[in-house]
Design a protein around this ligand. Structure first.
Ligand SMILES: Nc1ncnc2c1ncn2[C@@H]1O[C@H](COP(=O)(O)OP(=O)(O)OP(=O)(O)O)[C@@H](O)[C@H]1O
Ligand SMILES: [Mg+2]
Length: 323
């Protein structure tokens, strides 16, 4: 059922903000003119709030945070999205929201040239349906959709927290998994707003002292903004055994649960990139790719087959037991 709120302009903004997820239109009684009839006709014509296309699913949001610039948040977000998409096959699509700064790294890593961006999506909120997504949004050959930030600074500044939250709310009806790359985003209020929306929060750090110190101040900043830091899990990227500092050690120092270590793979990542691929595509057997797979397996809302099956004897046994 389409929802229409009725009130006067003094309360319109707050009512809309509070009910954004459920209300499609607002009739301003102080200034209704012919609007009321139009709005009610439109609501009745649409029949339901999803424009007749979206499913009732509420997509899960995976937020990827970077301790500081260059730790690998975009690399992780891109590789995770590819693996999550593989889990769905053709049954559904993953959405990669590239809030990362520098802008549009995910598009670069995926050799994606389509320019429809987050601000355009925000400005088209009421038009978003399957047809619109298929025609306007960039999509990777494997099937997942991608929204980069606008590259022009003046357009970038037009994106507010409320807009981004509303966009995620709208996209959740069409994408069962949304991966948000927040690496490099300096505005902590924005990051906190995104983390509050998230079902999974991955903090990417490398093992350097600088990154660990930055990770601590990021966590502190989020805690000060009321974020439940306990929901954040650490992925220690660029890990090298020789350093004798693993994800568990760093997680303990930061006071967050450790998920895993992603090995240092500078050359392999760049070689894959030069072929226009992410590492999970170019080298699925690499330990980095296998670790991404194990992270994706933890997203228990993905279809079971998605969970990319582990290889070898243990994997074979596990798959046999699953059947
Ligand atoms: N596991 C890894 N091993 C080696 N190099 C890596 C690894 N992960 C990422 N890198 C490299 O680190 C650099 C930064 O990666 P990426 O752009 O993913 O980081 P980021 O946190 O998103 O950075 P930024 O803040 O610049 O957006 C890239 O050159 C990437 O290839
Ligand atoms: Mg990045």
């Amino acid at each position: 059922m389409a929802l229409v709120a009725v009130g006067n302009s003094a309360v319109a903004d707050s009512v809309l903000a509070a009910l954004r997820s459920g209300v499609r239109d607002f009739i301003d009684l102080d200034n209704a003119d012919g609007d009321a009839v139009n709005i009610i006709s439109r609501a009745l014509a649409s029949g339901n709030d999803n424009g007749g296309h979206a499913s009732q699913t509420r997509g899960k949001v995976v937020a990827v945070l970077g301790a500081r610039a260059g730790v690998g948040a975009s690399t992780v977000a891109v590789n995770l999205s590819l693996r999550a998409q593989r889990a769905y096959g053709a049954t559904a699509r993953v959405m990669l929201l590239d809030f990362g700064i520098p802008i549009a790294d995910a598009s670069l890593y995926l050799n994606q040239k389509k320019e429809f961006d987050l601000l355009q999506a925000i400005n088209s909120l009421s038009r978003i349906d399957e047809t619109f997504i298929a025609s306007a949004f960039a999509s990777h050959p494997t099937g997942f959709s991608l929204l980069p930030m606008p590259t022009q600074p003046d357009r970038l500044r037009q994106i507010s927290y409320d807009d981004a939250v509303a966009l995620i709310g709208a996209l959740r009806r069409f994408f069962p998994t949304l991966v948000a790359d927040l690496g490099g985003f300096a505005d902590l209020d924005f990051v906190a707003a995104m983390v509050r929306q998230a079902d999974e929060v991955l903090l990417i750090s490398d093992p350097s002292v600088g990154s660990i110190v930055s990770a601590r101040s990021l966590l502190q900043g989020l805690a000060e903004r009321g974020v439940i830091v306990g929901k954040i899990r650490l992925l220690l990227n660029k890990y090298d055994e020789a350093l004798a500092l693993n994800a568990g050690d760093v997680g303990k120092r930061l006071g967050v649960a450790a998920l895993s270590e992603l090995p240092h793979r500078h050359v392999a990542i760049l070689q894959a990139l030069n072929q226009g691929k992410a590492l999970v595509e170019a080298s699925p057997d690499d330990l980095f790719s296998q670790t991404i797979d194990s992270v994706v397996r933890q997203f228990d809302w993905l279809p079971a087959e998605a969970s990319v099956k582990p290889k070898g004897l243990v994997g074979g046994l596990r798959n046999l037991i699953r059947r």
